[in-house]
Design a protein around this ligand. Structure first.
Ligand SMILES: Nc1nc2c(ncn2[C@@H]2O[C@H](COP(=O)(O)OP(=O)(O)OP(=O)(O)O)[C@@H](O)[C@H]2O)c(=O)[nH]1
Length: 417
């Protein structure tokens, strides 16, 4: 089944938990136990409604692999799609969490409290999603019940948000506005009877209608070699397989490929998944590939289709989201982990920093503190094979690791050359 990953962004108390809880409730994704607990606690707290924000308590499931910060993931399914919601806190101190959530999501929900309208934090939430090229953004204007479901106020908030859009860099992003009441259930899953002036879809209808291929920035196939498989037995003496995960597109038997860095050409002879052979390996699948010619490849090398090579370079510029309490400074060395490659890199320059409220670019900066976002140029010890993040989300991103603590200290998104 199709899986859509959605990042959420909202300030404290905008109703993020309530909205997620409402989605789960109205799609009948909550277990009876959970429902009962919500009913009981809501009664105990003296509410005359169900407090759906309780639905996300205890549903926190997973920690992002490889990145040492927490993003809560909530899962639910309809007949059409499976959904993963990356629930990231909205406050500026959690910018790094939001960056992590957004960088792997195809859609984002930005929440606005209808009573407050567009606030400074909305700026940041929008620009992070824009920077990370989330294709589909839904601006959910929540708590409409508290402003008498006013069309006029909704239109004003929409107009204020549209002013932000004029400053965005990534223009292909699709932005949809939906007036909702997460608490009362208006326009989340079911159409509201209180806002007959709104002619659009509900939040769930909108999500259900999204074409997954269109919202995923798939990119061309890249196959970083994770392991070389050479069985020692006589029987399989000639077997030389390359195991790894397909980033982007898909690879098929017969495809002409180039091995990097040697730039030797061959064709894909076979694709194995466990003991079975397949004609095609799709995006994100972990497979073993054999080639028609004997080519020397080692861990960290890459197979790509001919005609569309990535950059092969020891230097690149990237947008960095800094996550460490110790500042990033020019001259300092970090390990760049790009796919399976770990390469020592030196910060050569910090080109500019993005202002925390996204009001503009702060040109003069000589260090980056926790949660800062800036464009940084790196010089690497050896070349890596990368694409700009714009074109390829997986092969265009990396994490920065501290050489001493071994901890993750930043995430990077490679700029265009
Ligand atoms: N009247 C009304 N209240 C709402 C609505 N959505 C949320 N609330 C209330 O707003 C308060 C905050 O909601 P939460 O869902 O906890 O907000 P949050 O954004 O998840 O907050 P944090 O988890 O603290 O970031 C709660 O008291 C909710 O009941 C709504 O549509 N209408």
């Amino acid at each position: 089944m199709e899986v859509l990953k959605i990042a959420t962004a909202g300030s404290v108390d905008d109703g993020k938990s309530t909205l997620i809880g409402r989605l789960l409730y109205d799609t009948k994704s909550l277990t009876d136990d959970k429902l009962e607990a919500i009913e009981q606690r809501s009664r105990k707290n003296g509410y005359d409604y169900l407090d759906f924000s309780l639905a996300t308590d205890g549903l926190v499931a997973e920690r992002e692999q490889g990145i040492t910060i927490d993003v809560a993931h909530i899962y639910f399914s309809t007949k059409k799609k499976s959904y993963i919601i990356a629930d990231t806190p909205g406050h500026v101190e959690y910018t790094r969490n939001m960056v992590t959530g957004a960088s792997t999501s195809q859609a984002a929900i930005i929440l606005i409290d209808a009573r407050k309208g567009v606030i400074e934090q909305t700026n940041r939430h929008f620009f992070i999603n824009n920077l990370l090229r989330v294709k589909e953004v839904i601006v959910a204007i929540n708590k409409m019940d508290l402003i008498d479901f006013s069309e006029e106020k909704y239109t004003q908030i929409k107009a204020d948000f549209e002013k932000l859009m004029a400053k965005r860099d990534y223009e292909d992003q699709k932005i949809t506005f939906i007036p909702v009441s997460a608490l009362k259930g208006d326009n989340v899953v079911h159409r509201s009877t209180n806002m007959s002036w709104y002619k659009g879809t509900t939040l769930l209808e909108h999500l259900e209608a999204l074409d997954l291929a269109a919202v995923s920035n798939v990119g061309t196939p890249r196959f970083p070699v994770q392991y070389v498989i050479r069985p020692k037995t006589d029987e399989h003496h000639d077997f030389r397989g390359f195991a790894g995960k397909v980033y982007g597109g898909e690879l098929s038997v017969g495809d002409e490929v180039v091995a990097l860095p040697s730039q030797t050409r061959s064709r894909i002879k076979a694709i194995y998944f466990h003991d079975k052979q397949y004609e095609t390996a799709s995006r994100r699948s972990s497979v073993t590939i054999t080639l028609e010619d004997e080519i020397n490849l080692s861990r960290g090398d890459m197979l790509v289709k001919t005609g569309n090579l990535p950059s092969i370079d020891k230097q690149f510029t990237a947008t960095v989201s800094w996550m460490d309490s110790q500042n990033l400074v020019p001259g300092k060395k970090y390990v760049v982990q790009h796919g399976v490659n770990k390469v020592l890199a030196k910060v050569s320059t910090i080109n500019h920093k993005i202002h925390p409220d996204y009001s503009g670019i702060d040109k003069k900066t000589d260090s980056l503190g926790m949660n800062d976002i800036a464009e940084v140029t790196f010089k690497l010890n050896k070349p890596i094979f990368y694409d700009p993040f714009k074109k390829h989300r997986t092969n265009g991103s990396f994490i920065l690791i501290d050489t001493q603590s071994n901890g993750t200290v930043g995430a990077g998104f490679i700029s265009e050359d």
